[in-house]
Ligand binder design. Sequence first.
Ligand SMILES: Nc1ncnc2c1ncn2[C@@H]1O[C@H](COP(=O)(O)OP(=O)(O)OP(=O)(O)O)[C@@H](O)[C@H]1O
Length: 227
Amino acid sequence: MAEPMLELTGITRVYNKGRPGEVSVLRGVDLRVAPGELVALVAPSGAGKSTLLHIAGLLDRPDAGRVCIDGRDTGALRDGARTRMRREQVGFVYQFHHLLPEFSALENIVLPQLANGVGQAEAARRAEDLLGRVGLSARAGHRPAALSGGEQQRVAFCRALANGPGLLLADEPTGNLDPDTAETVFDVMVAMARDTGLAGLVATHNPDLAARMDRVLRLEAGQLVAA
Ligand SMILES: Nc1ncnc2c1ncn2[C@@H]1O[C@H](COP(=O)(O)OP(=O)(O)OP(=O)(O)O)[C@@H](O)[C@H]1O
């Protein structure tokens, strides 16, 4: 396998450790995702998908184990470097789009780039390019409330890809959409990921959509097994 974009080794996570309600959610998760590889993550509700995605995306820390992104061991990074790595290398998409309601589709894709030091003109060019690739050029000036659910999620993908990350993490990205729209949005996501050589870890309850990924893994009793 090529040098993995994401490598998790022996990840464990316990909530409420040593207190009442202690729950051991991840019990030694190992995973390697290569650049350009898309992995589906399936699991029943409460199995720990969000916990795993948050740890992989540097939003949470494991109790034990190692998270490497693009060959770098993130455990050794100070907070500032960790935040920078997350902003530059990780794109997140959630079940609900979390777009900023008072900004247009275009502005929602521009803002994370400005936060990363990209100039306004360059950020707008990139946002327009991304919107074109998901078929939403004509909607660039619309606020989220004026977009359909599927359009909102396509904008959310563009925002996730705005800073050219190497890793896409998606938590039920089409879970809130009707089946036909979910399929269309999923196809757009897969095409964009393939285009850009992204590594992707995508949690989904939908077996048909999971089957479009290169591999399907199941989170079971705190460990990943082939589905
Ligand atoms: N901050 C927390 N404190 C205590 N327990 C937590 C915390 N976050 C999550 N849990 C528990 O850990 C388990 C895994 O939660 P997680 O959100 O990762 O599951 P999930 O597979 O993403 O579920 P869903 O599909 O319902 O979102 C659940 O039993 C949950 O109640």
